[in-house]
Design a protein around this ligand. Structure first.
Ligand code: GTP
Ligand code: MG
Length: 240
């Protein structure tokens, strides 16, 4: 995969506009292969943290390191090659299912695409599409469900085999059967990779190696589910 996936934030601050900091003096350490859950109320800065890690925005101050190296010194394209994204609004483009899974990785063979789709629990629904892997999807994925879009982005991530995974859990309702397929595939995908999960499901949060509780751009608590409950602080009031 190219990176071990240790991630550190040192005194990272950022604001989208001149006024007010959106992320304030954030320190965070996630070891290679661990799962980190980001939790906190709307507007707390969860997505912004991910935007900074993947350099969709540049931090104003502080340091962000991957495997000890400053990400500011890495080309954005090479940085993102080491990252897989499974987001609420899965990114599809106009093209076949096969092209959407391959996503620019021209070196991947047809067999590898199918293999990735099988790992993602996407193969069976793809085989029911009119042209199977050759079915053309529109940019907004007309004709497939929200959950199926997610399965496709999971297949894409399996094929890309990144060291770091970014997951933004869906809040919208997805049918139970597809939801189970997604959970099952994600669990497999996360194995051995550093994962940042913007977590909404209690189950995901509880299983994380480290939970970071954000409020107004600051990490106000961190720990495991057990240690945070013991603290009887903000997290306890949310989930206790
Ligand atoms: P939810 O996704 O709603 O749970 O919130 P979040 O924790 O992901 O918060 P996010 O990081 O999106 O936002 C943190 C703060 O930055 C909020 O006050 C947002 O209004 C603000 N913000 C987010 N995106 C932008 C942007 O593109 N431009 C500007 N100016 N502000 C933004
Ligand atoms: Mg968000």
């Amino acid at each position: 995969t190219g990176v071990k996936g240790e991630v550190e934030f040192h005194n990272v601050s950022f604001s989208y506009e001149e006024d007010g900091n959106t992320v304030r003096d954030v320190n965070l350490h996630v070891k290679a292969g661990q799962t980190a859950a980001l939790v906190g109320p709307t507007g707390a800065g969860k997505t912004t943290m991910i935007n900074l890690l993947s350099r969709f925005y540049e931090r104003d101050s502080g340091l962000i390191l991957i495997d000890g190296g400053d990400i500011a010194n890495v080309k954005k394209e090479s940085l993102r090659k080491h990252m897989g994204f499974v987001l609420q609004d899965s990114f599809l483009f106009r093209g076949t299912v096969r092209e959407n899974i391959r996503y620019g990785r021209l070196e991947a063979s047809d067999d590898e695409v199918v293999e990735a789709a099988k790992l993602a629990n996407a193969h069976s629904f793809i085989m029911k599409l009119p042209q199977r892997y050759e079915t053309v999807l529109s940019q907004d994925g007309n004709g497939i469900s929200q959950g199926q879009k997610q399965l496709l982005s999971i297949a894409r991530a399996f094929l890309a085999n990144p060291g770091i995974l970014i997951l933004d859990e869906a809040t919208s309702s997805i049918d139970t059967v597809t939801e189970l397929k997604i959970q099952d595939a994600l669990q497999e995908l996360m194995k051995g990779r550093t994962s940042f999960v913007i977590a909404h499901r209690l189950n995901t949060i509880q299983k994380a190696d480290k939970i970071f509780v954000l409020e107004e751009g600051r990490i106000i608590e961190e720990g495991t589910n057990d240690s945070l409950l013991e603290q009887e602080g903000f997290y306890y009031r949310l989930h206790g």
